[in-house]
Structure formats: C-alpha cells, structure tokens
Design a protein. Structure first.
Length: 722
C-alpha cells in the first residue's frame, strides 16, 4: 500500500504531498515517521492508494506508523486546504493547528497505572511463603487492585511470585490527568420564557450563523448549556469557546456538573500532560464537549451538533501568529462541514457581526432583560477634570471613594478596573524629560514597586531602578501614569481594613494562577479586586455591587477605527460584573471627557444607538467592514534587510495599485508605531482597500518577499496596530 504524506516542515518549498510505501495497518489521518532529505521526520497521512504512479525504486517505506486511532479526523483535510489557501500558509502549518504541540514533538505520552488482578488460579504455596499467602488473600478479597501499593505492603518479590505462578496478572490502565476546575453554582435551572424562546429560535432558524445579543446577566450560559444538552441527546458533539483562559475553570465546573466526563477542556494554560489526555478523550469519543479558548476550535471532534462562541466580539479570537486566522471564519467552515449551527453570543456584539444580523445574513436573538428582571447597574460619571480642579490628586474620584465606603460597610465586594494598556507607570526625569526605555524594544519601561525594578511589558526584560537620570544626571525622577500596583497602594491607605487583591500579568503565574485569585475572590476572602482587562469579562461574582472604571477614556485616544467600539464594549462588560445577584449594582466611570458620545451611549446601555452611529461613521469614512485594512508587516534583525524587503513589498503592491487605483483608499509604507520589539525592527505597508479582490495577491507578495533575513506577513483588519 502507498501513503500520501505531508511532512511536518512548514516551509513553502516542501509544501507538497510525498508518497511512501506503508504497512497495511496504516490509516488516513495517522502520524508517521518518514525518511526525508537524509533525516527521519514526522509526517501526516492524508491519503492511501493501492498503486503508485512512481517507479518502485523511487519509493521509500515509512519508518513507523503511530496512532491506532488516526490522530487527524477526516474533516481536518478539508479545513487544511481552506486554511492553507485562505491564509497562504504551507499545509503542514495548517495541519499543526489540529494537534496539541506536545503531541507533534512526541514529548508527552499517555501515563499508565499498573494494576493487578486475581486470575482464579489457586497456586500451591509452601507454609514458609507467608508474604505470598497474605498478598494472595488480599488480592482474592479485592479481586483487583493497584500494583504498587500491594508491593509496598508485601514486597515485590512476593507479588511477582504470584504472577509467575499464574495466580495474578498485571495490566495497565490509562491514567487521565484532569485539569483543575472551580466550584460554583451548578444547579440546573428552569429556563425563563426568553431563554426557551432563544433555544427554540436557534434550533429552528434557517440561518447557519445565529447571534445572541443579550445584556450582561441575561442568562446566555444557560441557553448554551441547553443547546449542548439537546445535541448530546441526538448523539452529537459540541464545541464551546470562551475568550479568556481565566474563564474556563468556571465554565468547566458548570459543564462538568451537568455533563460529567463528557466535557473536556483544551487551552494553553494546561500542563502538556493534561492537554494531551483531554485531547485524546475528545478524539476517542469519550468526551463530547470541547471547551476552551481560541485554539479549541480545532478540537478533534466528529459529528459536531453545535459550535458556540461566547463573547464573540473579543479580540482574543484572532490569532496573532501564523496562520492569522479569525476563529469565527474557521467555526463557520466547521459548521458548514458538519451541517450544524454556529452560535455567537455577546452583550456587545462586534459591529461586523451585528451588521450581518441586521442585514439578514445571521439569525438574531435579542435578550434585553437580566434574569429575574434585575436592573442593570446605574453608571455614575465622575468628571476627573473637576477632581483635579478641586485639588484631588488621587486616582480615585470622590464619588468612587464614597461608593467604596458604602459597599464595604455593607459587606459587599468591589472590582476596580484599570485599562492599563499604554497607561502604566513610567519613569520621567522632570529636569530633562528623559523617559526610561527598553534596550530591545521601542517602548517605555514600567516601574514595579514590589521588586523595585523596571520591566518591559513587551519582552519581559528587567532593569535596575534608576537613582539618577542617565541623560542629565539629575535626581528629580517622577513616576507618571497609573499602574495596578499604585492603585492598590492608594486603596490600602484609604481603606486600611479592606482586603485587596490584584490580578494582572504580574500576579498571575503558573497554570492555575487565574483560577486561584478568582477563587479567593469568589469565596469572599477579599473585598476589592483590582485588575486589568483580565477581570473585565464573563465573571459572575454575586456579592459584587460596585465596579470602578478608573480611566474609561484611555482607549478612546488610540488612533484606530475600533477605539470607540472597544471602549463601549469594555465599559459594558466591566459594568456587567456589578449587581448580578443580591443588592442593586453601581458603576463609577471616571473620565476626562464626559461629553464623549461613546461614553454617553455606554452609560445608557444603548447598544442600538451606539451601533447606528458607528455604522454611519464607518460608512462615511470607509472603515471596515466597508473597507479592508491590510497591513503587511516586515520584521527583521537588520535595518537594511528590513528596508530591502519593505521596498519589494511596497513596489509589488504598487503594481496592483497602478492597475486598479480605484480599489485603494489609502496606501503607504512606514515604520510601525512600535519601531522595535525584542531587538527586531518593524516596518509596515498599510493599505485600505475597497474590496477583498486583491487580498490573495497581497498574501502571495508577502510569501514571495520573505527572505531568510526578513519575515513578511499580512494582517487583515488588525486588532492591534502597534
Ligand atoms: P450572561 O452570560 O448573559 O451574562 P449568565 O449566564 O452568567 O448571564 O447568567 C446570569 C445569572 O443568572 C447567573 O448567576 C445564572 O446562574 C443565573 N441564571 C441564568 N438562567 C437562570 C434561570 N433560568 N433561572 C435562574 N437563574 C438563572
Ligand atoms: Zn523590551
């Protein structure tokens, strides 16, 4: 038999199918080892045939075949073609998406537990063989037990003697490494009429893609769980995606309570062993629900009945490494292949998705009420310009302090949110204006008081705290901006008896880091949780009645067409953490631009007006989805190599423009806003196009212009333009 093999080298020069002879047990989807260019490397079998078109002496045999059950499900091959074609990556690179990395490198394998059982054969034991007699008695009584503890008790000599005499048999069972999950409210709920209506709408909807626009606390999770339960009953499987790793333990707790071992979790925060075991549980059919972050869209499930993407607007659903895919696009392909529904849910749908719904290409379910008619929290605007005039230099407005006082005295909890992106504590010399910057990256450093050092948030480099300005030798160094740490310090001064915890990239470490902090807060072992983006989404803490947003307008000042949308989403999501159960919730939103219309809509929870305004604006200014922003990045160690590649990219695209200038709204080459990251220089060609028609050519140009010294890649409507 002959196998068509894709070798696991993601390089355009070997991006084709190779043929090997193979043993008869080989199946399509198996991983194999093959000789290739004088080495033995891994490959994937994508097809089998009885005959080969090549001469017999030209065909080499595969070295070995792994996987009794093929690791790749048949659907992988159609997705592989789509992804390779759409994002212009080698087929091997798209196949890699379907396998956890530790499986490809062969680093992790199953772990087994040795067990021993009584065979029913009575051995003849001499009187002297006391240990054997005792061990046999215990084994006969239990019938079957773990091997190691038995040998510890009676000695391995005695136990092995029983095996030799045929009285006992050793066997192995697979041990699953199971990830931790949170406890929480896992009771099954009776659906409200709105929830039931949503489930029914989706099941009967003629649309492939259906959007649930439901305010925070409207019970979307319960809708998802019901759809999943229905699909399991039909014998099908389901994929359930959530945006943040920190959300998965809570979701998994609910799924485990409801579906037991049928739910498996997949994400990068797991240990390699855990991920390996969870992955095989899905592949073997033991588990039928894959839950996880973005990469779980590649779960090895067959016969999928529903794909759910919660918080669909979240930017983490876009991959920032090659292939730079959009999770919704992949999900749609899988839904088409399996003939199932794709369900997108959000309190603040992305403008793109909502347009699809309003223009009749997606089904739409709208939930305007919180469960039990609980009101959405009142949002109070604190005008920080007035605070400054009043002589309050603090990061906390008077309104926020008063509300905090009241919340704490009632024994409730508060969340303080800082939109730290681009607004952290930097060190400035007040004499000459020097700002401490990273040596490897073109960004300013952030002061960390706990370690008394400066850190770069892009590459992680650490620097000694400065005692004097390196530029003018002056000693008047000042911190500017607000970091989470500084806020915690201020809060502890103002509320000395409050228990405060902080959650950001610096306090979250290890694979259970998020989970531990959230658990601590959920168990009310802390009164105030201070954090960044990480705490904005999804969490359901019943005792939280106050949310403070310290710098609501920071993200408004990014020069990016999405900044308004992002600000609206952030405020709505963070506010949604307040008042979910007991007392009515409140939100204090601090801003320097209280008259801004985005903030006005957010305060009223007026998604519709926000949306209409946004659409009008984007249509008029020709921003996505009414155009396509295409950024071609050029990243290199050496400036001259980067510039050479940049020139090639620019002139190649300029040729397209010469033919069809009407499609180009904007076109130029420039330094990227951050000129250097990890000692690599960054340039870009930025194009805004009226249509998608030249996209494929631009991807091709990126591949052609990549050299050993310069990486060139395409980003479509990038979420982050730094
Ligand atoms: P969302 O995801 O829309 O923000 P959740 O799914 O977290 O909302 O639900 C909000 C709260 O309402 C949760 O505490 C949940 O347990 C509760 N809940 C949801 N559905 C019901 C129901 N049918 N009956 C009672 N409580 C419910
Ligand atoms: Zn750096």
């Amino acid at each position: 038999m002959f196998a068509q093999v894709i070798v696991d080298i993601a390089h355009s020069q070997v991006d084709k199918v190779f043929e090997y002879s193979c043993p008869p047990e080989t199946k399509v989807g198996c991983r194999v080892k093959v000789p290739f260019g004088g080495r033995i490397i891994e490959g994937f079998v994508i097809g089998l045939s009885e005959t080969s078109a090549f001469a017999a002496e030209k065909i080499k045999p595969v070295t070995s075949v792994y996987d009794e059950l093929p690791a790749l499900v048949p659907e992988c091959f159609s997705l592989m073609e789509n992804i390779a074609e759409r994002y212009r990556v080698p087929k091997a690179a798209s196949l890699r998406l379907f396998l956890p990395s530790e499986m490809r490198l062969g680093k992790v394998n199953e772990t087994y537990i040795k067990r021993i059982k009584f065979t029913g054969v009575e051995p003849s034991l001499s009187k002297a063989a006391k240990k054997q007699t005792e061990a046999l008695a215990e084994l006969k009584e239990k019938g079957d037990c773990e091997y190691v503890p038995l040998t510890k008790k009676y000695g391995s000599g005695a136990v092995n003697a029983l095996v030799e005499k045929g009285a006992a048999e050793i066997y192995k069972v697979k041990r699953n490494r199971t990830p931790a999950y949170a406890e929480g409210d896992t009771s099954v709920k009776v659906l409200t009429p709105d929830q039931r209506g949503a489930v029914e709408y989706i099941e009967n909807s003629p649309f492939r893609v259906n959007l649930i626009h439901g305010v925070t606390g409207s019970g979307k999770t319960e809708i998802y769980l019901n759809i999943i339960a229905d699909k399991l009953r039909e014998g099908k499987s389901a994929i359930f995606l959530v945006p943040e790793i920190s959300l998965t333990p809570q979701m998994l707790a609910q799924l485990r309570a409801r579906f037991g071992g049928q739910a498996a979790i997949l994400h990068s925060g797991l240990s390699a062993g855990e991920r390996f075991d969870e992955w095989w549980r899905l592949r073997s059919g033991e588990a039928k629900i894959a839950i996880g972050a973005r990469s779980a869209i590649f779960a090895p499930l067959e016969n999928i009945g529903a794909i759910i993407i919660d918080e669909e607007h979240d930017s983490s659903y876009r991959s920032e490494t090659a292939p730079r895919y959009s999770t919704v696009d992949i999900a749609r392909l899988r839904a088409e292949y399996n003939g199932c529904k794709l369900i997108l849910g959000s309190a603040t749908p992305s403008v793109e998705s909502y347009i699809e719904a309003t223009e009749g290409r997606y089904g739409l379910v709208t939930l305007t009420e919180r469960i039990n008619g609980r009101p959405l929290p009142e949002i109070i605007i604190a005008d920080m310009r007035k605070e400054v005039k009043r002589g309050n230099p603090s990061n906390l407005s008077r309104a926020l302090r008063e509300e905090l006082d009241e919340t704490l005295s009632k024994g409730n909890q508060a969340i303080i949110f800082i939109n730290r992106r681009g607004y952290s504590q930097t060190v400035i010399c007040t004499d000459c204006g020097y700002v401490a910057k990273c040596e490897n990256c073109d960004v300013s450093l952030t002061y960390h008081s706990e370690e008394n050092c400066l850190k770069c948030h892009y590459c992680g480099a650490k620097y000694h705290m400065l005692s004097a300005c390196p530029q003018c030798k002056g000693t008047h160094l000042r911190y500017s901006g607000t970091g989470t740490q500084r806020v915690v310090e201020e809060l502890s001064r103002l509320f000395p008896s409050a228990r405060i915890i902080r959650m950001d990239n610096d306090t979250v470490s290890g694979k259970d880091g998020h989970y531990k902090i959230l658990k601590q807060f959920a168990e009310k072992k802390a009164d105030i949780l201070v954090g960044t983006q990480m705490i904005a989404k999804g969490h359901d803490f019943p005792a939280v009645t106050l949310v403070g947003i310290l710098d609501a307008d920071m993200s408004l000042h990014f020069s990016d067409y999405r900044s308004g949308e992002r600000t609206f989403q952030l405020i709505t999501q963070v506010a949604g953490r307040s008042g979910r159960a007991g007392d009515k919730g409140k939100v204090v939103l601090q801003t320097y631009s209280p008259e801004n219309y985005i903030l006005r809509f957010a305060v009223q929870y007026d998604y519709k007006s926000f949306f209409e305004n946004e659409v009008k604006m984007r249509k008029a200014a020709l921003y996505p989805p009414y155009s396509l922003i295409c950024r071609v990045m050029v990243v290199a160690e050496k400036d001259d190599k980067a510039l050479e590649a940049l020139k090639n990219v620019f002139f190649a695209i300029d040729e397209i423009r010469a033919e069809d200038s009407g499609d180009f709204i904007f076109f130029n080459k420039m330094h990227s806003p951050i000129k250097r990251i990890q000692n690599k220089v960054r340039y870009q060609v930025l194009a805004r196009l009226r249509s998608q028609k030249h996209l494929k050519q631009i991807y091709d140009i990126a591949v052609e212009c990549t050299t050993p010294d310069a990486l060139v890649y395409v980003e479509e409507n990038p979420a982050n333009l730094s």
